[in-house]
Design a protein. Structure first.
Length: 461
């Protein structure tokens, strides 16, 4: 039975008891609940709402509970509805009736919102650190493979060659945007909900700002109704996590392709692969596949919480209990995926010859031929059509683009100088021609690596 069940004459139905209880998952909020309870008690004493001897008792009791939790000795009682009431129940067992004073001038509504904000802030920082570690790995691997050519793809068809370093660094910049999103999540938890009470404020002249300072909040929530109903910061975290997981999924999908026999561009370390229960020869890139599969799980949590909140009237409704499992699972999933991605990318073994052979397919230089025509005065759209005819002639003749006959070249593209045409399709020429800012030419790769390292240094400063 609930601790505040005197209003009711009948015991709870077991099905409702199971439905209503959240302690099986909100137990992990305990460290945050203790921190905010200590700050709340100190504020009550500063404002002369409780006496100093009460504060000392509350501090002693809460510290004992913290030790019990840290040492995994905290016992949950059968009627503990949630971790907040479990802590208050245990506090009263330790120090007697004065333990009940901890709930003066607060409600579970503002208490839970504060715990959640502290949790989101802490795990946004952990996501930040995990992303930063993966970004460092990507820069290091790009440096190692600065001049390793490989095909770039559109529609999973060979399109234009790039350097492997350029491709890896694409994920660096995606992750930098993820960092910015998690930085926003930390900013979104700046306003302290505690002190808003159930919804209307409390009947005591409290000092919410002093609690905010103790708990490292930047400000207080200005409206008590908004304070207890706000879960925007949870949506912000889930949104940032879903986008980050999607980036990891894309990375995983490419590693799955690249490590296949058909591509053969890389091999996943044994530490991140598994075998088959029936086929002894198999080496499966399971870590990469799971990165691919975990993203929709996190995105699903975002959609589900939007569903919980979208039609919810203000202020508190029990529906809000559904925020925690979505958040907690997303946090655990993302942090695990970031660690696995950093380890897997850091140990990938790339096959330079296999990638270079694929990048040497000179059909990937077709755009460069079109640009050569443009430089001779042919409008690009017309040049595109001319080169398309050259490609068709090569395909029909079963030869490389650079091997079309002089006669075919003269007939289809009389504007082209044969020597320049064959030179531009020479191995590697089209890689170094991409000299635009952000391009794949060696000089631009050097600039990009230097800029990426500068970004990492700025973040670390």
């Amino acid at each position: 039975m609930s601790r505040f069940s005197d209003r009711f004459s009948e015991p709870w139905d077991p099905a409702f008891l199971a439905l209503n209880s959240s302690i099986s998952f909100d137990y992990r909020l305990a460290p945050y609940d203790i921190e905010q309870s200590l700050a709340h008690a100190r504020m009550l004493a500063r404002c002369s709402i409780i006496e100093e001897r009460d504060l000392r008792a509350l501090e002693q009791g809460l510290e004992q509970i913290r030790t019990e939790i840290d040492e995994d000795r905290f016992a949950v009682a059968p009627d503990d509805e949630d971790i907040h009431m479990a802590i208050e129940r245990r506090l009263t067992e330790i120090i007697g009736p004065v333990g009940g004073k901890i709930h003066t001038a607060r409600s579970r509504n503002d208490q839970v919102a504060t715990d959640l904000a502290m949790f989101v802030r802490a795990h946004s920082l952990r996501a930040h650190d995990g992303i930063l570690a993966l970004m460092q790995v990507l820069v290091d691997r790009a440096e190692e493979h600065r001049d390793w050519p490989m095909p770039g793809y559109t529609h999973l068809q060979r399109a234009q060659p790039v350097y492997l370093s350029h491709h890896l660094l694409a994920y660096f910049w995606k992750l930098r945007r993820d960092l910015q999103r998690f930085n926003f999540c930390m900013n979104a938890t700046e306003d302290l909900p505690l002190g808003a009470g159930a919804l209307a404020g409390v009947n005591f002249d409290t000092s919410r700002m002093s609690i905010a300072q103790d708990l490292s909040f930047g400000a207080i929530a200005e409206n008590s109704i908004d304070a207890v109903s706000n879960r925007d910061f949870v949506l912000d975290y889930l949104g940032a996590a879903a986008t980050c997981a999607t980036h990891l999924s894309q990375l995983g999908a490419e590693i799955v392709l690249w490590s296949s026999e058909e591509f053969g561009f890389c091999e996943v370390s044994d530490a991140f692969a598994s075998g088959s229960s029936i086929m002894p020869q198999k080496k499966n890139p399971d870590a990469a596949e799971l990165l691919r599969a975990k993203a929709p799980r996190i995105a699903g949590h975002l959609v589900a919480l939007h569903g919980v909140l979208h039609g919810l009237p203000l202020t508190y409704n029990k529906d809000l209990q559904e925020d925690k499992e979505h958040l907690f699972d997303a946090v655990d999933t993302l942090e695990l995926c970031l660690a696995a991605a950093a380890g897997m990318v850091g140990t990938l073994a790339f096959d330079r010859e296999r990638m270079a052979a694929a990048a040497a397919d000179d059909f990937q230089g077709a755009t460069d031929v079109a640009d050569l025509l443009v430089k001779s005065g042919v409008p690009f759209r017309e040049a595109h059509g001319i080169v398309a005819k050259l490609v068709r002639a090569a395909v029909e003749g079963g030869v490389a683009l650079g091997a079309v006959t002089a006669g075919e070249l003269a007939q289809i593209a009389p504007q082209l100088d044969e020597r320049e045409y064959r030179a531009i399709l020479a191995d590697g020429a089209w890689l170094e021609s991409k000299v635009s800012e952000g391009g794949t030419a060696s000089s631009r790769i050097a600039d990009q690596i230097a800029q990426a390292r500068h970004v990492l240094e700025e973040i670390a400063a």
